[in-house]
Design a protein around this ligand. Sequence first.
Ligand code: ADP
Ligand code: MG
Length: 619
Amino acid sequence: MATFAINLKDGSVESTRETIIGIDLGTTNSLVAYMKDGQPVCVKGADGKSTLVPSVIHFAENEQIIVGDAAKNKLITDPANTIYSVKRLMGKSFRDVQGTEGYYGYQIIDDDTESLVKIRVKDRFYTPVELSAHILRELKTRIETDLSTVITKAVITVPAYFNDNQRQATRDAGKLAGLDVLRIVNEPTAAALAYGLGNGTDAAPSTVAVYDLGGGTFDISILRIENGIFEVLSTNGDTFLGGDDFDRAIVSLWQQELGITTQELNENKELGQQIRLLAEAAKKHLSSAELFESELNGRKVSLSKGRFEQLVEPLLDRTVACCKNALRDAKVTAADIENVIMVGGSTRTPYVKNRVAQFFEKPVFDSLHPDEVVALGAAIQADILAGNQKDLLLLDITPLSLGIETVGGLMDVIVPRNSKVPSKAGRQYTTSVDGQKNLKISVFQGERDLVEHNRKLGEFILRDIPPMPAGLPKIDIQFIINADGILTVRARELRSNLETQVEIKPTYGITEEEMALMLIDSIQNASSDVKARGVLEARNEANNLLLSGRKFLQQNEAILSEEEKAVTNALLNELLEATKTEDKDVIHRAIETLNQYTTPLAHRALDSNIRAAMAGKKI
Ligand code: ADP
Ligand code: MG
């Protein structure tokens, strides 16, 4: 990574390390940071005012593209040509965003619901990747101007729940902006790095909660930091909950007070944006004042801090519910959390901090600007990649469970959701039919008990298993996930050492909504799944018994009476009929009856077989 620069004045050659920058590409605001004299700093614009670049892109009359504060102002005067919240659309199809189009002041277009969404501005169509690239270019220019040097390498952060599609789209945007994206880092991990957590390999292990309430999204992550290793224990959140909702709550209050209908706001986009920006100003003002007073088109509007807190209370309740889920998934309690980190501009609202501190029963970390924390951490990660810090390591988790299909269409989970990446897990299986030569291994991802409700990632066949009776082959299946999140499934028949394997990309193509839906589904359908699973398991047990029962009759012809054979046959038929019902109790009863009748017969057969085996042998 070292480059050489020639000093034109004296001709000397000096070796310099190229600066790798850290970027927080946010839904609402984006920032760029770098390591300056061993400390991460966010870069301000040429005007020296703010480190935040509003993630807003305006297409002006003269074909010019404006990004940031100047573009944000155009939200009022020219909303149709001004794009915001583009991060929400990254890696999404039109169907993913259906029903939320009203949320955007601009036009979202797609004729084919399967393919990725595009945004129409005037007569052109833009992809979210192209639009994000405009924001990244703005950040690149900002730091190049500040440092008077060319920058080509970056680390970009994304929410921990971003799937492969969304991460890939973020990388693509970087490439389009002329940046080599060396690493995509999870935002909560960056936040923990910014607070210096995990520095020094001898530090005691700690469990950390990162509460990130931004403009449009809420994320809570539980991290475990030990020996300089960062591990995401769990993530939770709401992709439609953020400071924008605070603004909307204020807007609807003022709508009521001023008698403005929602239809009026929808038709008059300018008025809509105007009232939205005024609501945001009120909210920010109330972070350090008791009362907000202003005017909207000549009419007085106001809001007190107390009333504002009432308005956001239900929204904060929702974040607390997510925190509970995250703790549960991480198998820790609020008391186990040593540090709580505040991230996102919305945590500047004192009431938010109070509620979070109250929930975790400890003061929160808020000494850094919450909207800069992630970018600062990205700069530290960039520094680690540049080789300047050696004792830190980052780990990821699997967002959904991974497993294989077993008899009857059941999902057998091998790597549970929220497992550490890289990871390795396995289990042994066997065949269900005598002399079975091939075994199909189908790999699924999801939380439901039946594979038909989960997502198939791929399948492969272990061929040419040497002929053996059912149940004898020992087939070892290993799931290996490498640090890049690539899953390899390996199957090996241990008696013959036959082996085959396949590489599978686990999350590719799943949208974040799909992922959320799959999780919700698994909770809502838990009881019907349990029932279906019960029936399938009973049926599997019955089928095994049918097979072994028939074999038993064949092999022990000589020692069974005619009556015993007839009764056993009748009970086997009854069991076969029972397997055709959807009632696990009926199947279990038939299994029980057959077992009761045949157990003494089996003992007798066993004794006689042993006698036969011993007959010719001397002890
Ligand atoms: P994102 O991560 O979504 O890009 P940020 O972390 O920059 O967003 O947070 C943006 C949100 O923070 C916006 O809703 C903005 O109104 C809110 N915000 C910014 N400053 C304040 C403040 N002083 N008080 C309350 N909310 C604020
Ligand atoms: Mg953010």
